[in-house]
Design a protein around this ligand. Structure first.
Ligand SMILES: *Cc1c(COP(=O)(O)O)cnc(C)c1O
Length: 381
């Protein structure tokens, strides 16, 4: 394996995480929904203004809960951007849904709302959208279309915790939203996630599904005197040790986001001239959006140039990585009818996008090193 001087990611780690894990052990509560989980739930609910937040074992599992809560069944159609992580749609495919792949906008790389209505059919049950790189989709238009057709919107908000659209937090706009605390995300506990519930009618059922189909949450709140099997369900709650790790990072939310803002802004300022000179496209952040500073990507002129640049940076000990392969052209996507040319913007962007190193502990020296790597690249033909 190549040793990189500068990795693409290092998980966020501040120092208090281990103290809090140790506290969870001294509390004698290391299973789910202990004191640290409750802190995390309250923090997300109060900070974002969502009706209920529930930690889960991953964003993938929160998406699976969303599919169960929306009653997705065989034959239902779910619209999803072709440019996203597989879990955004796999959670629904697991319940028998047929994915309908939407193309993305060439500027924000988010689901193209101008094409959305033409993808809706009698069978459409949900639209899953992704706020790519922590920059909001065009939510007013998307929600208006979804409401007109009675289709639920699920925000896969893995990139966009604390980002806003016209002043409103992402994750509060769809019926449901999901977060990821995987080690590559702004806030992490290794593996983890959350389901955000904006429709009060789904709260009790969500608690039941997350607790093995039992009404144990009501029991712990003293609302009933014994708990029992009341519905289908599974086990989606993380250990309080993981919640303890996450809580240390939520307590430092401003610090973490400010650090990422600085890294993002420095890349963006230093790359203006260089990108203009070489026909490289930098990220677009519309004025009505406050982004989450999840990643910094560049769009190169061609696949050939991208391949050469990855190699050039690697020779300097720097790891840069491309992103999603178009979902409709994957083995599974093709089984659902995906064909070359269905989503031309996705296909083009997937070939040209490159993500630069970006993590909490990234130093200015390291970032200058990455920039020097970009500036010394000459193979533009
Ligand atoms: C990371 C990510 C996921 C999956 O998150 P896990 O917590 O690893 O399950 C889903 N969707 C998007 C857009 C992601 O970036």
């Amino acid at each position: 394996m190549t040793q990189y001087r500068i990795p693409f990611n290092k998980p966020t780690y501040l120092g208090n995480e281990l103290d809090y894990i140790s506290d969870s052990l001294s509390n004698w509560h290391v299973s789910g929904d202990g004191a640290f989980s409750k802190n995390c739930h309250r923090f997300l609910e109060e900070r974002l203004g969502v009706k209920r937040a529930l930690l889960t074992t991953s964003c993938t599992h929160a998406l699976e809960m969303a599919a169960l809560l929306l009653g997705i069944e065989s034959g239902d159609e779910v619209i999803v951007p072709a440019f996203t992580f597989v879990s955004s749609i796999n959670a629904f495919v697991l319940r028998g849904a047929k994915p309908v792949f939407a193309d993305i906008r060439p500027d924000t790389l988010n689901l193209d709302e101008r094409q959305l209505e033409s993808l809706i059919s009698e069978r459409t049950k949900a639209i899953v959208l992704v706020h790519y790189a922590g920059v909001a989709c065009e939510m007013d238009k998307i929600m208006a279309i979804a409401d007109r057709h009675g289709v639920a919107v699920v925000e896969d908000n893995a990139h966009a915790l604390f980002a806003r659209y016209k002043g409103r937090y992402l994750g509060t706009l769809g019926k449901l939203a999901t977060q990821s605390f995987h080690e590559t995300k702004n806030f992490t506990c290794g593996e983890g996630g959350a389901l955000l519930i904006n429709d009060a009618e789904l709260i009790e059922r969500a608690e039941i599904i997350r607790e093995k189909g039992t009404n144990r949450s009501r029991f712990f709140r003293g609302q009933i005197d014994k708990y029992t099997w009341v519905d289908f369900g599974s086990s989606y709650l993380p250990s309080d040790m993981l919640a303890a790790y996450l809580w240390a990072q939520f307590e430092a939310a401003e610090l973490i986001q400010e650090r990422r803002r600085e890294i993002w802004a420095y890349y963006d300022a230093r790359l203006q001239e260089w990108s203009a000179a070489h026909g490289v496209q930098l990220p677009t952040v519309p004025a009505h959006v406050e982004q989450a500073y999840h990643m910094y990507y560049i769009l190169l002129p061609s696949l050939k140039v991208r391949t050469a640049l990855i190699r050039h940076l690697r020779a300097r000990g720097i790891l840069s990585v491309f992103h999603y392969l178009p979902l409709h052209l994957s083995d599974m996507g093709r089984q659902f009818g995906g064909e070359d040319g269905d989503c031309p913007v996705t296909e083009d962007v997937a070939d040209r996008l490159l993500r630069l190193p970006f993590f909490h502990a990234f130093t200015r020296e390291e970032q200058d090193d990455v920039l020097a790597g970009l500036f010394s690249f000459e193979d533009w033909e």
